[in-house]
Design a binder for this molecule. Sequence first.
Ligand code: ATP
Length: 284
Amino acid sequence: MESMFQFHQVHYKYTKDRQAALNGVTFDIPRGKKTAIVGPNGAGKSTLIFHMNGLYLCHSGEVIINGEKVTSRNRQEWTRRIGVVFQDPDDQIISMTVKDDVAFGPLQQGLSPAAAHQKAADSMKLLSITELAELNPSELSFGQKKQVAIAGVVAMDTDTVILDEPMAFLDPLGQQRIQEIMDLLAASGKTVIIATHNMQLVAEWADHVVVMKHGACLGSMSPRDLFCSHPDLLAEAHLDLPPVMRLLSGLEWEDPSQQPIRIEEARAWLAGQLLWKNQETIRS
Ligand SMILES: Nc1ncnc2c1ncn2[C@@H]1O[C@H](COP(=O)(O)OP(=O)(O)OP(=O)(O)O)[C@@H](O)[C@H]1O
C-alpha cells in the first residue's frame, strides 16, 4: 500500500519549557484511504495535522508527503495542495461573507474569481448551506461556521482532505451530511483523514487508524485489528470500544464447554456483521 504521509521520529515542542507535543512520532498514512487519528485530549492530534500541510515544520525527524520531504522551501506548496479543516472554525474564517470565504481557497490556488465562485457555489450546495452565502460568518453558530470551513476546503478540490474533529458541534443531520461528504471525497479517490474521539465513527468509517497518546504513536493499524486484537492499546490511550463492541464484549456463555464456537471468533464475526459490513469480510 502506498503512503501519502510518512512521519519518521518527528519531534515538536511549542515552547522550550514545556513537554514535547510530538515526541518521536513514527507512522505511515496510506494514500487514497480513510484514516482516523484518535487519542485523548492533548495527545498531539492537532499538532500532527499542522505538520501535514506545511503549517508547522518539525524540530527533528522528517515528514514526507507523497514521497517528498517537507522543508522550509516547499512548505507553502503543501498548504495549497493539502486541504485542512481546523478544529476551531474561527481560526479559518476570514472573509466578510460566507460565499467569499468559501471562494478564498480556490482563489489562493490561482483560479479566476468566476471559477473560484463557481467552485464555492457547488461546494455550498453539496453541504446544503447555500442559504448562508450572503451572511457575515460572525453571525453564524459554531456548527454553521464549521460547515462553512468544510465547504471552503471541499471547494479547493485537493487530493488530500484533513478534518480535525469534523463532527464537533454539528446536529445529527449535519453529522450525517458531513459523513456522506467524507465518503464522497474518499469514493473519488482522495485521501481523507480525520481526528476524532468518536469510536463508532472510526469503526464504521475508517480503513486505517493511528492511536496517539502524550505525543507518541501507540499504533497504526486497521480499526478491526485495533478493536478485536489490541484492546490493550485502547485502554492505554483511555479510549473506549464502539458501543456495539462494548455490547459484544459482555457476551459470555455460563458453561464455556457449551460455546458453539470460540467466543473471540463469535465476537469478531458479529462485529463484522454490524460494523464492517461494507468492507472486506472479517478473517475467520
Ligand atoms: N499553541 C500552543 N502553545 C503551547 N502548547 C500547545 C499549543 N497547542 C497545543 N499545545 C500543547 O501541545 C499538546 C498537544 O496538543 P494538541 O492540540 O495537538 O492535542 P490534541 O490531541 O489535538 O487534543 P484535543 O483532543 O484536546 O484537541 C498539549 O499538551 C497542548 O497543551
